[in-house]
Write a new protein. Sequence first.
Length: 94
Amino acid sequence: MNFYSMADFHNETEHIFADVKNRGEAVITNDGKPAVLMMDISDGNFDDVMRVIRQARAMLAFQGMRNIAATHGYMSEEDIEAEINASRVERRQR
């Protein structure tokens, strides 16, 4: 996978697109940090690729939530039950 700066992308767009077509992917960096992932999807599987990417992003978000919970402590069974009960009471009041 090749990495290109934003300036490269601006100045060498056609070259970068050709590289993505040949290699399958490239990364555009901003201030030296990965900012954009480019992937070749010319085989017509756009919907499948987007579904998988969205699923992967959701899994990463879920893992991030689990990491935060592990760092700050998990809810006890009593806390979970209290949250459920509070939600039920609030729903009934609507």
